[in-house]
Design a binder for this molecule. Structure first.
Ligand code: SF4
Length: 370
């Protein structure tokens, strides 16, 4: 019987059980397949030697693993931020970023967060974002999102480290690709698949309100981040031209409902841009807007892009944060990671396109680290 073809990474464990049944295989093969893909991190079934050779060949043809090709990487000297430009089978290019952090207070395990893309390009058009300037190409499929995480899981393995968190903050608007994003979340957090804790996953949205409502009702414990970037509608619509009128208030209301229904505290992302949204008056207006919520503000000094916007001076960033805290708003300033490697989303791909020819796979890391 033909079980049909497609990527294995698309399947939830229950669907793997079903495929195994359709292939006429004993039920325990499902566990072997899931372990081969998500524990062993095999790049092809050929590597999973617990399976008979003829089955490995059949699976490679009918249910392949298909990891994307690494076209280019950029890394900080300490390899605490590594960015990969990945190419899928149809030639689509996306960026995925790994951010590594030491153990908290010197205890426990080092943490490793993978920032995945959910679309090639993006239709939201945020004026300060390299991806936004590229326009929309296509939605990624769930298996392509899962494969990005596995790419860095393989990268970390020689260091004895694991992916501890996944954030949906790369190229694209995750909630505009809702079904595929959710399927990827369910595979990444399924104990029989990648097995990440739901609380270790964060979805970031620029404001698909219906998507936030739907996500709140999924019975998941994933974190939500809303990309606010401005304390009022007029400024927000300058920065996020596709935002609907009234989006600021409606986003805050949707975040409050998400908090009520899931118990998870919501984060508001605020990209600080010099002379645009970084004044003390903006901080005051933002504090007023968020008063009475427990939304946590994450201030992100802009990674400069070609659009000509600039990052505020560190003293101005600190003053903004201090002003928010004085007015009772919890906030953190995102640690600068990867500015020197074009770590803002879309930049590596834009840089590659600018150099006209996409180079063949390059490993920029010392070989001892791979
Ligand atoms: S910031 Fe995010 S939502 Fe806005 S254009 Fe860039 S990728 Fe899209």
């Amino acid at each position: 019987m033909n079980a049909g073809s497609g990527s294995f990474y698309r399947l939830l464990p229950e669907e793997v059980d079903e495929r195994v049944r359709l292939l006429g295989l004993p039920a325990y093969r499902a566990r072997q397949l899931l372990e081969g893909a998500y524990r062993q991190l095999a790049g092809s079934w050929e590597e999973v030697t617990t399976l008979p050779l003829d089955l490995r060949r059949r699976l490679d043809a009918e249910l392949p693993l298909r990891p994307p090709a690494e076209v280019r990487t950029a890394s900080t000297p300490e390899a605490d931020t590594v960015k990969a430009l990945l190419r899928f089978a149809d030639g689509t290019l996306v960026e995925t970023v790994l951010m590594r952090y030491p153990p908290r207070e010197g205890r426990g395990h080092p943490r490793a967060t993978v920032c995945v893309s959910t679309q090639a390009g993006c239709a939201m058009g945020c004026v300060f974002c390299a991806t936004g300037q590229m326009g929309f190409e296509r939605n990624l499929r769930a298996e392509e999102i899962v494969a990005q995480v596995l790419h860095f899981a393989r990268w970390l393995r020689p260091l004895g480290q694991h992916v501890t968190n996944v954030v949906f903050m790369g190229m694209g608007e995750p909630l505009a690709n809702y079904a595929e994003t959710l399927r990827a979340v369910r595979i990444l957090t399924h104990p029989r698949a990648f097995g990440l804790a739901q609380r270790a996953v964060t979805i970031s949205t620029v404001g698909v309100l219906s998507g936030i409502e739907k996500l709140a009702g999924e019975g998941l414990q994933v974190g939500l981040a809303i990309s606010l970037h401005a304390p009022n509608d007029a400024l927000r619509r300058q920065l996020v031209p596709t935002a609907a009128p009234g989006s600021v208030e409606r986003l805050i209301a949707a975040a409050r409902r998400y908090r009520e229904r899931t118990g998870r505290r919501v984060t508001a992302e605020y990209v600080l841009i010099e002379g645009v949204n970084d004044s003390l008056g903006d901080a005051e207006e933002l504090a007023h807007l968020l008063r009475g919520t427990d939304i946590h503000v994450n201030l992100i000094p802009l990674n400069p892009t070609a659009a000509g916007y600039r990052r505020p001076a560190p003293s101005r960033v600190s003053a903004f944060a201090r002003a928010l805290r004085r007015m009772g708003i919890n906030c953190t300033v995102r640690r600068e990671k990867g500015t020197e490697i074009s770590a803002a989303c879309g930049q590596l791909r834009t840089d590659a396109a600018r150099s006209a020819v996409i180079p063949e796979p390059v490993a920029t890391l010392p070989s001892t680290q791979r």
